[in-house]
Design a protein around this ligand. Structure first.
Ligand SMILES: Cc1ncc(COP(=O)(O)O)c(C=O)c1O
Length: 406
C-alpha cells in the first residue's frame, strides 16, 4: 500500500506488533507468577482504540485521576476492573471503586480520612485497601532512580515511619483489610535489579508488619522494544524468585502496570519535510511534526527513525555533514535532532520516528497545530482510529461570551 497518500503528520500503531508485545508480557507472567493482573497505565496512552484493544485482552484500567476513571468507565470498564492510583483521586470515584472491590492504592492522608468515612458508612462490608509505599530505592540501586538521593514524592514514606503510622491507623478500622502494597518507583535504568529491589521491599514489609496480602503491585517502568535492554521475560522470573521467599503465588496476585514498554515498539510518527532553508552555517529542515509531538518533556537528544524519500525528488542525494531537523512551532527549542552524515533531505521526504507510542500521544499539546491523525496498521493496511482535531473539537466546551456558574 502506498502510504504516501496519507497526510502527515500522523501516528501509526502496528496492531500485530502490539499483540506480540502483549503476549510476551502475559506469557512471561504465566511462566513466572500465573496469578497476575495487568493494569494498563492509562496515562501512558489512553487512545480509545488502544484501550479497547487491551481491554479485550483482559487488562484492568490503571487510572490516576478522576478524568481517567471517567474515561475508563466510558470505555466500558466496571469499577472492579479499575486500579486507582495517584495523589489526585476524587472522593466519589474513590468510594465507588473501593465499594465495588476494585484496587485502590491510597496515596495521601486525605484518602485515609475517606477510607474511615466509607468504612463507617458501610459497617457490614469488608473493604480492601492498598497502600502506596515510598521507600529509598536509590539506596538499594545507587544511580538508577529518576530522582536520585532526593527520592520520589509519591506514597507513604517507609523510612520516616509514616508507612507504619498508616498501617496502624488502617488496622484500627474494624472492617478494613490491608490487601495490597503498591511499590511503583520510576527509574532511569529500568533494570531487572530495580524490580528485584521492589520485590525485596514487598517481602521486607510483609515480614516487618505481618501483612497478609492479596496483591503486590509492582507498578510500571519496564523496558520494552529496545535492543540490548531487558524485556518482560527478563523481569518476571527474577521478581518471582524473590517474591516466592515470602509469598504464595496461589494467594497473592501480582499486579503489573505496564505503559511505555507495551507500546514503544509498535508505534511510529510520520512527518514530512515542508521546507529546507540555509541560515548562517546551518541547514534547517522544517517538518510538519514538532518536538512537542514526540519529545514533549524536551529530554531526548536523539531518535530512532527511518526515511522515506520523496520519489518526486532526485533519487541521488549527496551526503550532508549536518542538517538540523526542526519542528514547525515558534519555539526555538523545537529542534528534534541533528542529522549528521545523512543524505541531503528535500521537501516531501518523510522522517518516520520509531518507538514513540508511550506518553507522546497523551502529552501532545494543542499548540499551533491540533492532535494529529492516528492509524493502526492491520494486514498491511492503515485504518484510521482517530481523526485529526479541527477547530470544531478545539472549541467544544468553549463559550464565546461568559456564562455564570450554576
Ligand atoms: C503508578 C504508575 N504505574 C504505571 C506507570 C507506567 O510506567 P511506564 O510507562 O514507565 O511503564 C507509571 C508511570 O509513571 C506510574 O506512575
Amino acid at each position: 500500500m502506498n502510504e504516501r497518500k496519507f497526510q502527515t503528520p500522523y501516528f501509526v500503531i502496528d496492531e500485530e506488533q502490539l499483540s506480540r508485545d502483549f503476549s510476551m508480557l502475559t506469557d512471561s507472567l504465566d511462566d513466572s507468577w500465573p496469578n497476575y493482573r495487568v493494569g494498563y497505565s492509562f496515562k501512558t496512552n489512553s487512545l480509545p482504540w488502544l484501550v479497547t484493544f487491551l481491554k479485550e485482552k483482559g487488562v484492568m484500567a490503571e487510572v490516576v485521576s478522576d478524568d481517567e476513571y471517567s474515561l475508563a468507565s466510558w470505555l466500558g470498564f466496571e469499577d472492579d476492573e479499575i486500579v486507582y492510583n495517584g495523589p489526585v483521586k476524587v472522593r466519589d470515584s474513590f468510594e465507588k471503586v473501593l465499594l465495588a472491590g476494585g484496587i485502590v492504592n491510597m496515596d495521601g492522608r486525605r484518602e485515609l480520612c475517606w477510607l474511615e468515612e466509607v468504612a463507617a458508612a458501610n459497617p457490614d462490608k469488608l473493604l480492601k485497601i492498598g497502600i502506596r509505599v515510598n521507600f529509598n530505592l536509590e539506596k538499594l540501586c545507587p544511580g538508577q532512580t529518576t530522582m536520585g538521593e532526593a527520592g520520589g514524592r509519591f506514597g507513604f514514606a517507609y523510612e520516616n515511619g509514616t508507612f507504619a503510622e498508616v498501617v496502624k491507623r488502617v488496622r484500627n478500622i474494624s472492617n478494613v483489610e490491608i490487601a495490597g502494597l503498591h511499590l511503583h518507583s520510576s527509574s532511569k535504568s529500568r533494570s531487572v535489579a530495580v524490580f528485584e529491589a521492589i520485590a525485596s521491599m514487598a517481602c521486607k514489609l510483609k515480614k516487618e508488619f505481618d501483612l497478609e496480602l492479596s496483591y503486590v503491585d509492582l507498578g510500571g517502568g519496564y523496558c520494552g522494544g529496545l535492543p540490548n535492554r531487558p524485556q518482560y521475560p527478563d523481569y518476571f522470573p527474577a521478581v518471582a524468585a524473590i517474591l516466592e521467599q515470602e509469598f504464595d503465588c496461589e494467594e497473592t496476585t501480582l499486579i503489573v502496570e505496564p505503559g511505555i514498554s507495551l507500546l514503544s515498539k509498535a508505534s511510529t510518527f510520520v512527518t514530512s519535510v515542508v521546507d529546507v532553508r540555509d541560515i548562517g552555517t546551518e541547514r534547517y529542515l522544517i517538518t510538519d511534526g514538532s518536538r512537542f509531538n514526540i519529545d514533549p518533556t524536551m529530554i531526548k537528544p536523539s531518535h530512532l527513525f527511518h526515511l522515506d524519500l520523496n520519489p518526486d525528488q532526485p533519487a541521488e542525494r549527496s551526503t550532508m555533514e549536518h542538517q538540523c531537523v526542526s519542528g514547525f512551532s515558534c519555539m526555538e527549542v523545537d529542534r528534534l535532532f541533528e542529522y549528521e552524515q545523512g543524505p541531503e533531505l528535500m521537501e516531501g521526504d518523510r522522517i518516520i520516528y520509531e518507538n514513540v507510542g508511550g506518553y507522546t500521544m497523551s502529552l501532545n499539546p494543542l499548540f499551533i497545530k491540533y492532535f494529529p491523525d492516528v492509524y493502526i496498521r492491520r494486514d498491511g493496511k492503515l485504518l484510521r482510529v482517530r481523526r485529526r482535531w479541527t477547530p470544531k473539537e478545539y472549541v467544544a466546551n468553549s463559550m464565546l461570551y461568559g456564562e455564570e456558574e450554576e
